[in-house]
Design a protein around this ligand. Structure first.
Ligand code: 13P
Length: 253
């Protein structure tokens, strides 16, 4: 059985003080009412070390939103996988559509990041998903398969066990437009079949496949009730304790 996960992606929100307040609030809320899924918060780099120190890792895992495609050296402004790991955090998001689009991260660059993250003991939340034009042309399956093949299918099965897949249709991110639970389930089942073709059914059954894109407390229960949806990667609704806790609690319904 794949692990059930609710992960937050704060994106470029919250200054240090605000971020610590949010992490603290979530930490208190989950100490009082333990989650029955894995909870991850992925924060900007500057928050990682302090957030990682502050939260109870039994209830909350911490992740970065990116890492460099180089080991170390003269790459001004970059943060390496080793640096990320040294903050005490366990995860890193790679392949988010915002990074692919705005920072021109190609499948080859992402492959380098994937390898460095794993070499440094980080687990990966690997994002895939089609644009609106691709969905309208009915190319979503082709797109997600190519994204997996381009950046993670070179891994051994043992390495792949450290990869969580996040399916995030670009047209649903921050738009208020969620994929319907049936639409999401259809492509999640397809993604699992592609993983099964590559690594076998046992690995595919153990792979967590998260949905992301305008997921909130009101639609999470319906999405999470689907057999191939193992949780969510949450943007906007991860920025307030009550909203995020509402999604975590969807696993209690
Ligand atoms: P929203 O939940 O704000 O739509 O963002 C989803 C996302 O991109 C998470 O990585």
């Amino acid at each position: 059985m794949a692990k059930k996960i609710v992960a937050g992606n704060w994106k470029m929100n919250k200054n240090l003080q605000e971020g610590l307040e949010l992490a603290n609030g979530l930490n208190d809320a989950l100490a009082a009412d333990k989650p029955n899924c894995e909870v991850i918060i992925c924060t900007p780099f500057i928050h990682l070390a302090k957030v990682s120190e502050l939260v109870n890792h039994d209830n909350i895992k911490v992740g970065a939103e990116n890492c460099a495609d180089k080991v170390s050296g003269a790459f001004t402004g970059e943060v390496s996988a080793e640096m990320v790991k040294s903050t005490g955090c366990e995860y890193v998001i790679l392949g988010h559509s915002e990074r692919r689009e705005y920072y021109h991260e190609t499948p080859e660059i992402l492959k380098e990041k994937v390898d460095l993250a794993l070499a440094n003991g980080l687990k990966i939340l690997f994002c895939i998903g089609e644009s609106l034009a691709e969905r309208e042309a009915n190319k979503q399956n082709e797109v997600v398969k190519a994204e997996l093949e381009g950046s993670v299918f070179h891994l051994t099965a043992e390495q792949f066990a450290n990869v969580v897949i996040a399916y995030e249709p670009i047209w649903a991110i921050g738009t208020g437009k969620t994929a319907t639970a049936d639409q999401a389930e259809e492509i999640h089942a397809y993604i699992r079949s592609v993983v099964a073709e590559k690594y076998g059914k046992a690995v595919a059954d153990n792979t967590s496949i998260l949905y992301g894109g305008s997921c909130k407390a009101s639609n999470a229960p319906e999405l999470f009730a689907k057999p191939d949806i193992d949780g969510g990667l949450i943007g906007g609704a991860s920025l307030k304790v009550a909203d995020f806790k509402g999604i975590i609690d969807a696993w209690k319904k």
